[in-house]
Design a protein around this ligand. Structure first.
Ligand SMILES: [Fe+2]
Ligand SMILES: [Fe+2]
Length: 296
């Protein structure tokens, strides 16, 4: 075995051991029947997309908390959408490789994690009575294309984008006592298991990027920027605003123009962007997508 393969196997063995020790079964480990707690938030108040806007000033406290629950559902729904894309990409990745390796056994373990997460996010949406905040049609079809052909650097970088921005948002909410226990428990499950996925993808990118040629790097940059843009723009579905009687288009415009929400997006990507830049996956003309989506 060369040193790269050895390092990759050593990481995968650690991740497999950690998966055995710290994994959840959300159907059992989450109390789905517990009532929501009056006065608590779906996500931290200052992370709600309209926080600080004129529209926000016009909402009652109860409406604000309702909106926070719908934004929680929307973020979980976009997470679920990307998890389904990732499961398919990882399965295609494993299909072509040696299942005797820990590296591929971990890829299969990650698919199992994502599968439980998607059930958990689906159940969260059902439990909270949210509409299906699925991405719009064009995004849905772009996702279909990406999950069919995505591979290599763009697969790992796109995955990291979704995993790391969710990690930031969920880690904060998990520790916030003004947030519903249901949110905090869902986030704890996700943050714990995703930390391993982030490690897997980051280390794999560091290993593969030195061998990636100019053209492939440009393509990976473009695809990663597109994924980041699309996910950031779909994080909060416009229909969430209808849950408190606001016009969806008006709510969306106010959120996108809200400096506080723009800051939340940049904050959520703050650890990831320098890493991707170091790997040559952020930079050049496609950085415009990152700027437009308020991620840099
Ligand atoms: Fe996940
Ligand atoms: Fe993941």
């Amino acid at each position: 075995m060369d040193a790269g393969v050895q390092g990759r196997e050593a990481t995968a063995e650690r991740l497999l051991r950690s998966s055995l020790e710290h994994s959840y079964e959300p159907n059992i480990d989450i109390d789905w029947d517990a009532p929501l707690v009056d006065g608590l938030w779906g996500i931290p108040e200052h992370r709600v997309s309209l926080y600080g806007t004129d529209l926000w000033a016009g909402l009652t406290d109860e409406q604000r908390r309702t909106l926070s629950l719908h934004e929680l559902c929307s973020v979980a729904r976009i997470g679920l959408w990307f998890e389904m894309i990732l499961m398919q990409m990882l399965l295609r990745y494993a299909y072509d490789r040696d299942p005797r390796s820990s590296h591929i056994q971990y890829a299969l373990t990650e698919i199992a994690d994502e599968c439980r997460h998607s059930v958990m996010f689906g159940r969260l949406n059902a439990r909270l009575g949210a509409p299906d905040y699925k991405p719009r049609r064009i995004t849905h079809e772009l996702g279909r294309l990406f999950k069919t052909i995505g591979y290599g650097p763009a697969m790992f970088a796109g995955t990291l984008f979704v995993e790391e921005i969710l990690d930031q948002l969920q880690r904060e909410a998990m520790r916030d006592e003004t947030v519903q226990p249901l949110t905090r428990m869902v986030n704890k499950v996700h943050v714990t298991e995703e930390a391993r996925h982030v490690r897997y993808a980051r280390e794999e990118l560091v290993r593969i990027m030195p061998r990636v040629g100019f053209a492939e790097r440009q393509l990976a940059r473009y695809l990663t920027a597109r994924i980041a843009y699309v996910v950031a723009r779909n994080l909060i579905h416009r229909d969430v605003y209808a849950s408190v009687g606001l016009d969806p288009a008006q709510g969306r415009r106010a959120a996108l123009a809200n400096p506080q929400f723009q800051e939340t997006l940049r904050w959520s990507a703050r650890k990831l962007v320098p890493f991707l830049r170091e790997q040559g996956l952020v930079g050049g003309p496609t950085e415009a997508f990152w700027r437009q989506a308020h991620l840099v």
